[in-house]
Write a new protein. Sequence first.
Length: 470
Amino acid sequence: MNSRAVHLLLIDGDAFAEDFADRLRAPGLAVEWCRAVAQGRSMALSGSFDVVVCDAPDSASAGFVLLRELKDAQQRIPVICLSECADSNFAIETIKAGAYDFFLKPADPAEVAAAAGKACEDARRTSKPVEIGEVYPEQDTIVGRSREMREIYKQLGRISAQPVTVLIRGETGTGKELIARAIFQHGHRAHKPFVAVNCAAIPEALLESELFGHEKGAFTGADRVRIGRFEQAHGGTLFLDEIGDLNASLQVKLLRVLQEKIIHRVGGDREIPVDVRVIAATHRNLEQMVRAGEFREDLFYRLNVASILIPPLRDRRDDIPLLVDYFLHRYGIEYKFEGPSIAPAAVEFLERQDWPGNIRQLQNVIRRALLLSRGYTIGWQDCRAILEESDLGSVESPSLREWVRATLTRVIEGELEAALPELESGFEREVYSQAISRSGGNQAKAARWLGVSRLTLREKLRAYGIHPAE
Protein backbone atom coordinates (compact mmCIF):
# COMPACT_ATOMS: atom_id res chain seq x y z
CA MET A 1 0.00 0.00 0.00
CA ASN A 2 1.13 3.54 -0.52
CA SER A 3 1.68 6.27 2.08
CA ARG A 4 -1.97 7.39 2.11
CA ALA A 5 -4.26 5.21 4.23
CA VAL A 6 -6.75 3.08 2.37
CA HIS A 7 -10.36 3.59 3.47
CA LEU A 8 -12.28 0.33 3.09
CA LEU A 9 -16.02 -0.25 3.38
CA LEU A 10 -17.14 -3.78 4.34
CA ILE A 11 -20.79 -4.58 3.57
CA ASP A 12 -21.68 -7.93 5.09
CA GLY A 13 -24.51 -9.16 7.31
CA ASP A 14 -22.71 -12.41 8.14
CA ALA A 15 -22.53 -13.38 11.85
CA PHE A 16 -18.73 -13.29 11.67
CA ALA A 17 -18.50 -10.07 9.67
CA GLU A 18 -17.69 -7.81 12.62
CA ASP A 19 -14.81 -10.08 13.63
CA PHE A 20 -13.62 -10.15 10.02
CA ALA A 21 -13.68 -6.31 9.94
CA ASP A 22 -11.55 -6.21 13.11
CA ARG A 23 -9.03 -8.62 11.57
CA LEU A 24 -8.87 -6.52 8.40
CA ARG A 25 -7.86 -3.38 10.27
CA ALA A 26 -4.16 -2.67 10.09
CA PRO A 27 -1.77 0.29 9.86
CA GLY A 28 -2.58 2.03 6.60
CA LEU A 29 -5.99 0.33 6.27
CA ALA A 30 -9.05 1.94 7.88
CA VAL A 31 -12.20 -0.21 7.85
CA GLU A 32 -15.86 0.68 8.30
CA TRP A 33 -18.46 -2.05 8.51
CA CYS A 34 -22.20 -2.05 7.89
CA ARG A 35 -24.67 -4.91 7.75
CA ALA A 36 -27.27 -3.66 5.27
CA VAL A 37 -26.63 -3.30 1.55
CA ALA A 38 -29.04 -0.33 1.34
CA GLN A 39 -26.93 1.61 3.86
CA GLY A 40 -23.75 0.41 2.20
CA ARG A 41 -24.97 1.65 -1.19
CA SER A 42 -25.31 5.25 -0.01
CA MET A 43 -21.97 5.05 1.81
CA ALA A 44 -20.24 3.64 -1.28
CA LEU A 45 -21.71 6.33 -3.53
CA SER A 46 -20.66 9.09 -1.15
CA GLY A 47 -17.12 9.00 -2.48
CA SER A 48 -15.63 8.57 0.99
CA PHE A 49 -14.13 5.12 0.40
CA ASP A 50 -11.25 3.78 -1.69
CA VAL A 51 -12.51 0.20 -1.96
CA VAL A 52 -15.67 -1.79 -1.17
CA VAL A 53 -15.66 -5.38 0.09
CA CYS A 54 -19.15 -6.81 -0.29
CA ASP A 55 -20.85 -10.12 0.47
CA ALA A 56 -22.47 -11.52 -2.70
CA PRO A 57 -23.96 -14.98 -1.98
CA ASP A 58 -25.27 -15.41 -5.55
CA SER A 59 -26.13 -13.47 -8.72
CA ALA A 60 -29.60 -12.58 -7.37
CA SER A 61 -28.32 -11.15 -4.09
CA ALA A 62 -28.40 -7.48 -3.10
CA GLY A 63 -24.60 -7.45 -2.97
CA PHE A 64 -24.33 -8.62 -6.58
CA VAL A 65 -26.93 -6.03 -7.64
CA LEU A 66 -24.88 -3.33 -5.87
CA LEU A 67 -21.79 -4.45 -7.80
CA ARG A 68 -23.67 -3.93 -11.08
CA GLU A 69 -25.05 -0.58 -9.91
CA LEU A 70 -21.60 0.75 -9.08
CA LYS A 71 -20.32 -0.38 -12.48
CA ASP A 72 -23.34 1.11 -14.33
CA ALA A 73 -22.86 4.38 -12.45
CA GLN A 74 -19.28 4.36 -13.80
CA GLN A 75 -17.89 4.57 -10.28
CA ARG A 76 -14.13 4.09 -10.20
CA ILE A 77 -14.31 2.52 -6.75
CA PRO A 78 -13.10 -1.11 -6.94
CA VAL A 79 -15.34 -3.80 -5.47
CA ILE A 80 -14.09 -7.06 -3.96
CA CYS A 81 -16.74 -9.78 -3.58
CA LEU A 82 -16.94 -12.42 -0.86
CA SER A 83 -19.11 -15.51 -1.30
CA GLU A 84 -19.65 -19.04 -0.05
CA CYS A 85 -20.63 -20.08 -3.58
CA ALA A 86 -17.80 -22.26 -4.95
CA ASP A 87 -19.36 -22.59 -8.42
CA SER A 88 -16.73 -21.66 -11.02
CA ASN A 89 -19.40 -20.03 -13.21
CA PHE A 90 -20.32 -17.63 -10.41
CA ALA A 91 -16.68 -16.61 -9.90
CA ILE A 92 -16.41 -15.87 -13.63
CA GLU A 93 -19.70 -13.94 -13.72
CA THR A 94 -18.65 -11.89 -10.69
CA ILE A 95 -15.46 -10.71 -12.36
CA LYS A 96 -17.36 -10.07 -15.61
CA ALA A 97 -19.87 -7.94 -13.69
CA GLY A 98 -17.03 -5.65 -12.68
CA ALA A 99 -15.62 -7.04 -9.44
CA TYR A 100 -11.93 -6.35 -8.95
CA ASP A 101 -11.42 -9.64 -7.11
CA PHE A 102 -13.34 -12.58 -5.68
CA PHE A 103 -12.71 -14.61 -2.51
CA LEU A 104 -14.40 -17.71 -1.15
CA LYS A 105 -15.61 -17.53 2.44
CA PRO A 106 -14.09 -17.91 4.93
CA ALA A 107 -11.59 -15.51 3.37
CA ASP A 108 -8.12 -14.79 4.69
CA PRO A 109 -8.12 -11.17 5.98
CA ALA A 110 -4.48 -10.73 4.96
CA GLU A 111 -5.26 -11.76 1.35
CA VAL A 112 -8.30 -9.48 1.18
CA ALA A 113 -6.30 -6.59 2.65
CA ALA A 114 -3.53 -7.14 0.10
CA ALA A 115 -6.09 -7.21 -2.73
CA ALA A 116 -7.66 -4.01 -1.41
CA GLY A 117 -4.30 -2.25 -1.40
CA LYS A 118 -3.54 -3.37 -4.95
CA ALA A 119 -7.05 -2.36 -6.08
CA CYS A 120 -6.53 1.15 -4.74
CA GLU A 121 -3.16 1.46 -6.45
CA ASP A 122 -4.68 0.31 -9.76
CA ALA A 123 -7.64 2.70 -9.37
CA ARG A 124 -5.36 5.65 -8.64
CA ARG A 125 -3.10 4.73 -11.53
CA THR A 126 -6.10 4.53 -13.86
CA SER A 127 -7.36 7.98 -12.86
CA LYS A 128 -3.93 9.57 -13.33
CA PRO A 129 -3.25 11.07 -16.80
CA VAL A 130 -0.74 9.08 -18.85
CA GLU A 131 2.66 10.72 -19.09
CA ILE A 132 4.32 10.48 -22.50
CA GLY A 133 8.07 9.96 -22.63
CA GLU A 134 8.51 7.38 -19.84
CA VAL A 135 9.23 4.20 -21.01
CA TYR A 136 -13.70 -30.48 -25.08
CA PRO A 137 -16.45 -32.82 -26.00
CA GLU A 138 -15.94 -35.40 -23.17
CA GLN A 139 -15.30 -33.36 -20.09
CA ASP A 140 -17.82 -30.57 -19.75
CA THR A 141 -17.26 -29.28 -16.23
CA ILE A 142 -14.35 -27.31 -14.82
CA VAL A 143 -13.61 -28.84 -11.44
CA GLY A 144 -11.43 -27.20 -8.80
CA ARG A 145 -11.49 -24.96 -5.75
CA SER A 146 -7.75 -24.72 -5.17
CA ARG A 147 -6.03 -21.34 -5.04
CA GLU A 148 -4.58 -22.02 -8.49
CA MET A 149 -8.01 -22.68 -10.02
CA ARG A 150 -9.58 -19.66 -8.33
CA GLU A 151 -6.97 -17.56 -10.11
CA ILE A 152 -7.96 -19.22 -13.40
CA TYR A 153 -11.63 -18.32 -12.78
CA LYS A 154 -10.68 -14.71 -12.16
CA GLN A 155 -8.69 -14.60 -15.37
CA LEU A 156 -11.62 -16.11 -17.27
CA GLY A 157 -13.87 -13.38 -15.95
CA ARG A 158 -11.47 -10.65 -17.01
CA ILE A 159 -10.67 -12.10 -20.44
CA SER A 160 -13.94 -13.60 -21.66
CA ALA A 161 -15.79 -10.31 -22.08
CA GLN A 162 -12.92 -8.68 -24.00
CA PRO A 163 -12.75 -9.18 -27.81
CA VAL A 164 -9.09 -10.19 -27.77
CA THR A 165 -7.09 -13.16 -29.02
CA VAL A 166 -6.25 -15.56 -26.17
CA LEU A 167 -3.36 -18.01 -25.79
CA ILE A 168 -4.01 -20.91 -23.39
CA ARG A 169 -0.90 -22.69 -22.14
CA GLY A 170 -0.51 -25.88 -20.16
CA GLU A 171 0.70 -29.45 -20.26
CA THR A 172 -1.13 -32.14 -22.20
CA GLY A 173 -4.31 -33.24 -20.43
CA THR A 174 -4.83 -30.14 -18.29
CA GLY A 175 -8.12 -29.21 -20.01
CA LYS A 176 -7.15 -26.43 -22.41
CA GLU A 177 -10.18 -26.93 -24.67
CA LEU A 178 -12.44 -26.81 -21.63
CA ILE A 179 -10.98 -23.44 -20.66
CA ALA A 180 -11.43 -22.25 -24.27
CA ARG A 181 -15.10 -23.25 -24.15
CA ALA A 182 -15.53 -21.39 -20.87
CA ILE A 183 -14.07 -18.23 -22.44
CA PHE A 184 -16.47 -18.65 -25.36
CA GLN A 185 -19.54 -19.36 -23.22
CA HIS A 186 -18.96 -16.37 -20.97
CA GLY A 187 -17.92 -14.07 -23.82
CA HIS A 188 -19.69 -11.63 -26.11
CA ARG A 189 -20.02 -14.26 -28.87
CA ALA A 190 -21.65 -17.00 -26.81
CA HIS A 191 -24.65 -17.12 -29.18
CA LYS A 192 -22.40 -17.60 -32.21
CA PRO A 193 -20.53 -20.71 -33.49
CA PHE A 194 -17.65 -22.32 -31.61
CA VAL A 195 -15.37 -24.32 -33.92
CA ALA A 196 -12.41 -26.36 -32.64
CA VAL A 197 -9.44 -27.59 -34.69
CA ASN A 198 -6.61 -29.76 -33.34
CA CYS A 199 -3.65 -28.68 -35.47
CA ALA A 200 -1.61 -31.72 -34.40
CA ALA A 201 -4.30 -34.26 -35.30
CA ILE A 202 -4.73 -33.26 -38.96
CA PRO A 203 -2.08 -34.26 -41.54
CA GLU A 204 0.04 -31.28 -42.55
CA ALA A 205 -0.97 -31.61 -46.22
CA LEU A 206 -4.67 -31.29 -45.32
CA LEU A 207 -4.52 -28.68 -42.56
CA GLU A 208 -4.54 -25.63 -44.88
CA SER A 209 -7.69 -26.89 -46.59
CA GLU A 210 -9.21 -27.67 -43.19
CA LEU A 211 -8.64 -24.13 -41.96
CA PHE A 212 -9.28 -22.06 -45.08
CA GLY A 213 -11.32 -24.39 -47.33
CA HIS A 214 -10.63 -25.06 -51.01
CA GLU A 215 -12.11 -24.39 -54.44
CA LYS A 216 -13.25 -27.13 -56.78
CA GLY A 217 -10.28 -28.51 -58.72
CA ALA A 218 -7.71 -26.99 -56.35
CA PHE A 219 -5.95 -30.36 -56.11
CA THR A 220 -6.53 -34.01 -56.98
CA GLY A 221 -9.73 -35.14 -55.29
CA ALA A 222 -11.12 -31.62 -54.77
CA ASP A 223 -14.34 -32.30 -56.62
CA ARG A 224 -16.34 -29.58 -54.89
CA VAL A 225 -15.96 -26.33 -52.99
CA ARG A 226 -15.16 -26.88 -49.31
CA ILE A 227 -15.90 -24.31 -46.61
CA GLY A 228 -13.01 -24.09 -44.13
CA ARG A 229 -13.13 -23.73 -40.36
CA PHE A 230 -12.58 -19.97 -40.46
CA GLU A 231 -15.70 -19.50 -42.56
CA GLN A 232 -17.65 -21.92 -40.35
CA ALA A 233 -16.70 -19.84 -37.32
CA HIS A 234 -17.59 -16.49 -38.94
CA GLY A 235 -19.05 -14.21 -36.27
CA GLY A 236 -18.03 -16.65 -33.57
CA THR A 237 -14.95 -18.27 -32.05
CA LEU A 238 -12.28 -20.51 -33.56
CA PHE A 239 -10.23 -22.64 -31.14
CA LEU A 240 -6.85 -23.70 -32.55
CA ASP A 241 -5.46 -26.43 -30.31
CA GLU A 242 -1.74 -27.32 -30.42
CA ILE A 243 -0.91 -24.15 -32.33
CA GLY A 244 2.79 -24.89 -31.86
CA ASP A 245 2.50 -27.69 -34.42
CA LEU A 246 1.75 -25.33 -37.34
CA ASN A 247 4.38 -25.39 -40.09
CA ALA A 248 6.11 -22.20 -41.27
CA SER A 249 3.82 -21.71 -44.29
CA LEU A 250 0.63 -21.93 -42.24
CA GLN A 251 2.09 -19.64 -39.58
CA VAL A 252 2.46 -16.94 -42.25
CA LYS A 253 -1.11 -17.46 -43.50
CA LEU A 254 -2.57 -17.43 -40.00
CA LEU A 255 -0.70 -14.21 -39.20
CA ARG A 256 -2.16 -12.62 -42.35
CA VAL A 257 -5.68 -13.62 -41.33
CA LEU A 258 -5.24 -12.17 -37.84
CA GLN A 259 -3.92 -8.91 -39.31
CA GLU A 260 -6.24 -8.46 -42.29
CA LYS A 261 -9.29 -10.56 -41.30
CA ILE A 262 -9.37 -11.99 -44.82
CA ILE A 263 -8.83 -15.56 -46.04
CA HIS A 264 -8.23 -17.17 -49.44
CA ARG A 265 -9.46 -20.68 -50.08
CA VAL A 266 -6.86 -23.11 -51.42
CA GLY A 267 -6.86 -22.80 -55.21
CA GLY A 268 -8.78 -19.52 -55.16
CA ASP A 269 -7.85 -15.87 -55.37
CA ARG A 270 -11.09 -14.34 -54.06
CA GLU A 271 -10.77 -12.46 -50.77
CA ILE A 272 -13.27 -13.70 -48.19
CA PRO A 273 -13.71 -11.47 -45.11
CA VAL A 274 -14.02 -13.31 -41.79
CA ASP A 275 -14.91 -12.02 -38.34
CA VAL A 276 -13.54 -14.61 -35.93
CA ARG A 277 -12.25 -14.49 -32.39
CA VAL A 278 -9.23 -16.81 -32.18
CA ILE A 279 -8.37 -18.76 -29.05
CA ALA A 280 -5.17 -20.78 -29.39
CA ALA A 281 -3.64 -23.40 -27.10
CA THR A 282 -0.35 -25.24 -26.82
CA HIS A 283 1.66 -27.42 -24.46
CA ARG A 284 4.90 -26.23 -26.07
CA ASN A 285 7.23 -23.45 -24.93
CA LEU A 286 6.60 -20.96 -27.74
CA GLU A 287 9.25 -18.51 -26.54
CA GLN A 288 11.82 -21.26 -26.85
CA MET A 289 10.50 -22.12 -30.31
CA VAL A 290 10.77 -18.45 -31.33
CA ARG A 291 14.41 -18.37 -30.22
CA ALA A 292 15.06 -21.56 -32.20
CA GLY A 293 13.43 -20.10 -35.30
CA GLU A 294 10.62 -22.68 -35.22
CA PHE A 295 7.78 -20.24 -34.52
CA ARG A 296 7.27 -16.74 -35.89
CA GLU A 297 7.81 -14.02 -33.30
CA ASP A 298 5.19 -11.71 -34.86
CA LEU A 299 2.59 -14.50 -34.78
CA PHE A 300 3.44 -15.25 -31.15
CA TYR A 301 2.72 -11.64 -30.17
CA ARG A 302 -0.50 -11.65 -32.21
CA LEU A 303 -1.72 -14.74 -30.37
CA ASN A 304 -0.46 -13.77 -26.91
CA VAL A 305 -2.62 -10.67 -26.42
CA ALA A 306 -4.16 -12.34 -23.37
CA SER A 307 -2.75 -15.50 -21.83
CA ILE A 308 -3.91 -18.15 -19.36
CA LEU A 309 -1.48 -20.69 -17.89
CA ILE A 310 -3.23 -23.83 -16.60
CA PRO A 311 -1.29 -25.46 -13.76
CA PRO A 312 -0.51 -29.20 -13.98
CA LEU A 313 -2.49 -31.48 -11.69
CA ARG A 314 0.56 -32.16 -9.49
CA ASP A 315 0.58 -28.43 -8.60
CA ARG A 316 -3.05 -28.46 -7.43
CA ARG A 317 -3.36 -31.74 -5.54
CA ASP A 318 -6.13 -30.25 -3.37
CA ASP A 319 -8.44 -30.62 -6.39
CA ILE A 320 -7.82 -34.36 -6.87
CA PRO A 321 -10.56 -35.51 -4.40
CA LEU A 322 -13.06 -33.21 -6.16
CA LEU A 323 -12.04 -34.56 -9.58
CA VAL A 324 -12.26 -38.14 -8.33
CA ASP A 325 -15.76 -37.52 -6.98
CA TYR A 326 -16.80 -35.86 -10.24
CA PHE A 327 -15.55 -38.68 -12.48
CA LEU A 328 -16.92 -41.32 -10.11
CA HIS A 329 -20.39 -39.79 -10.29
CA ARG A 330 -20.21 -39.20 -14.02
CA TYR A 331 -19.13 -42.70 -15.01
CA GLY A 332 -21.28 -44.29 -12.33
CA ILE A 333 -24.29 -42.88 -14.18
CA GLU A 334 -22.87 -43.95 -17.55
CA TYR A 335 -22.26 -47.54 -16.39
CA LYS A 336 -25.47 -47.65 -14.31
CA PHE A 337 -23.64 -48.33 -11.04
CA GLU A 338 -25.75 -47.15 -8.12
CA GLY A 339 -23.79 -45.14 -5.55
CA PRO A 340 -20.23 -45.86 -6.74
CA SER A 341 -17.65 -45.35 -4.00
CA ILE A 342 -13.91 -45.17 -3.43
CA ALA A 343 -11.93 -45.89 -0.27
CA PRO A 344 -10.29 -42.91 1.48
CA ALA A 345 -6.92 -44.70 1.20
CA ALA A 346 -7.40 -44.85 -2.59
CA VAL A 347 -8.04 -41.10 -2.78
CA GLU A 348 -4.93 -40.46 -0.67
CA PHE A 349 -2.94 -42.75 -2.97
CA LEU A 350 -4.16 -40.82 -6.03
CA GLU A 351 -3.26 -37.50 -4.37
CA ARG A 352 0.36 -38.65 -4.04
CA GLN A 353 0.84 -39.46 -7.74
CA ASP A 354 2.49 -36.99 -10.12
CA TRP A 355 0.02 -37.42 -13.01
CA PRO A 356 2.18 -36.71 -16.08
CA GLY A 357 -1.01 -37.07 -18.15
CA ASN A 358 -2.82 -34.67 -15.81
CA ILE A 359 -6.64 -34.64 -15.61
CA ARG A 360 -7.05 -36.83 -18.68
CA GLN A 361 -4.94 -39.55 -17.07
CA LEU A 362 -6.83 -39.33 -13.74
CA GLN A 363 -10.10 -39.53 -15.67
CA ASN A 364 -8.95 -42.69 -17.40
CA VAL A 365 -7.82 -44.29 -14.13
CA ILE A 366 -11.17 -43.65 -12.41
CA ARG A 367 -13.10 -44.93 -15.41
CA ARG A 368 -11.08 -48.16 -15.56
CA ALA A 369 -11.12 -48.60 -11.76
CA LEU A 370 -14.90 -48.33 -11.75
CA LEU A 371 -15.15 -51.08 -14.36
CA LEU A 372 -12.57 -53.20 -12.53
CA SER A 373 -14.44 -52.91 -9.22
CA ARG A 374 -17.78 -53.88 -10.86
CA GLY A 375 -19.64 -51.38 -8.70
CA TYR A 376 -17.93 -52.28 -5.40
CA THR A 377 -15.78 -49.79 -3.47
CA ILE A 378 -12.60 -48.91 -5.37
CA GLY A 379 -9.48 -49.69 -3.34
CA TRP A 380 -6.03 -48.18 -3.61
CA GLN A 381 -4.75 -51.51 -4.96
CA ASP A 382 -7.14 -51.15 -7.92
CA CYS A 383 -5.71 -47.71 -8.75
CA ARG A 384 -2.14 -48.88 -8.34
CA ALA A 385 -2.71 -51.86 -10.64
CA ILE A 386 -4.09 -49.59 -13.38
CA LEU A 387 -1.19 -47.15 -13.07
CA GLU A 388 1.34 -49.97 -13.20
CA GLU A 389 -0.17 -51.21 -16.47
CA SER A 390 0.37 -47.81 -18.07
CA ASP A 391 3.72 -46.74 -19.48
CA LEU A 392 2.69 -43.14 -18.81
CA GLY A 393 1.54 -43.60 -15.26
CA SER A 394 3.72 -46.39 -13.91
CA VAL A 395 4.35 -46.04 -10.20
CA GLU A 396 7.53 -48.07 -10.51
CA SER A 397 10.52 -45.76 -10.27
CA PRO A 398 12.64 -45.56 -13.45
CA SER A 399 16.42 -45.66 -13.28
CA LEU A 400 18.13 -42.38 -12.39
CA ARG A 401 19.53 -42.06 -15.92
CA GLU A 402 16.09 -42.65 -17.51
CA TRP A 403 14.41 -40.25 -15.12
CA VAL A 404 16.89 -37.42 -15.79
CA ARG A 405 16.68 -38.06 -19.54
CA ALA A 406 12.85 -37.98 -19.48
CA THR A 407 12.77 -34.76 -17.43
CA LEU A 408 15.28 -33.02 -19.71
CA THR A 409 13.20 -34.12 -22.72
CA ARG A 410 10.15 -32.42 -21.21
CA VAL A 411 12.17 -29.20 -20.87
CA ILE A 412 13.47 -29.46 -24.45
CA GLU A 413 9.93 -29.99 -25.74
CA GLY A 414 8.65 -27.00 -23.78
CA GLU A 415 6.53 -28.84 -21.19
CA LEU A 416 8.72 -27.67 -18.29
CA GLU A 417 10.66 -24.46 -17.72
CA ALA A 418 13.57 -26.06 -15.85
CA ALA A 419 14.67 -29.61 -15.03
CA LEU A 420 16.53 -29.21 -11.72
CA PRO A 421 13.59 -28.09 -9.50
CA GLU A 422 11.51 -30.98 -10.88
CA LEU A 423 14.30 -33.51 -10.27
CA GLU A 424 15.05 -32.21 -6.77
CA SER A 425 11.35 -32.35 -5.84
CA GLY A 426 10.95 -35.87 -7.21
CA PHE A 427 14.11 -37.08 -5.47
CA GLU A 428 13.03 -35.69 -2.10
CA ARG A 429 9.54 -37.14 -2.44
CA GLU A 430 10.95 -40.61 -3.16
CA VAL A 431 13.50 -40.44 -0.30
CA TYR A 432 10.95 -39.38 2.31
CA SER A 433 8.35 -41.82 1.00
CA GLN A 434 10.71 -44.79 1.23
CA ALA A 435 12.04 -43.78 4.64
CA ILE A 436 8.60 -43.49 6.25
CA SER A 437 7.48 -46.69 4.52
CA ARG A 438 10.47 -48.77 5.67
CA SER A 439 10.14 -47.38 9.20
CA GLY A 440 6.55 -48.66 9.33
CA GLY A 441 5.28 -45.13 9.85
CA ASN A 442 7.66 -44.42 12.75
CA GLN A 443 8.55 -40.77 12.21
CA ALA A 444 11.30 -40.64 14.84
CA LYS A 445 13.06 -43.62 13.24
CA ALA A 446 12.67 -42.25 9.68
CA ALA A 447 14.00 -38.84 10.73
CA ARG A 448 17.02 -40.47 12.42
CA TRP A 449 17.77 -42.53 9.29
CA LEU A 450 17.64 -39.44 7.09
CA GLY A 451 19.60 -37.23 9.48
CA VAL A 452 16.88 -34.59 9.77
CA SER A 453 14.72 -33.33 12.62
CA ARG A 454 11.21 -34.72 13.18
CA LEU A 455 9.85 -31.25 12.43
CA THR A 456 11.60 -31.23 9.05
CA LEU A 457 10.32 -34.74 8.35
CA ARG A 458 6.73 -33.77 9.17
CA GLU A 459 6.95 -30.66 6.98
CA LYS A 460 8.28 -32.68 4.04
CA LEU A 461 5.66 -35.42 4.45
CA ARG A 462 2.93 -32.77 4.50
CA ALA A 463 4.38 -30.95 1.48
CA TYR A 464 4.55 -34.13 -0.60
CA GLY A 465 1.21 -35.53 0.55
CA ILE A 466 2.81 -38.59 2.17
CA HIS A 467 0.75 -40.14 4.97
CA PRO A 468 2.78 -42.06 7.58
CA ALA A 469 -0.11 -44.45 8.36
CA GLU A 470 -0.39 -45.63 4.74
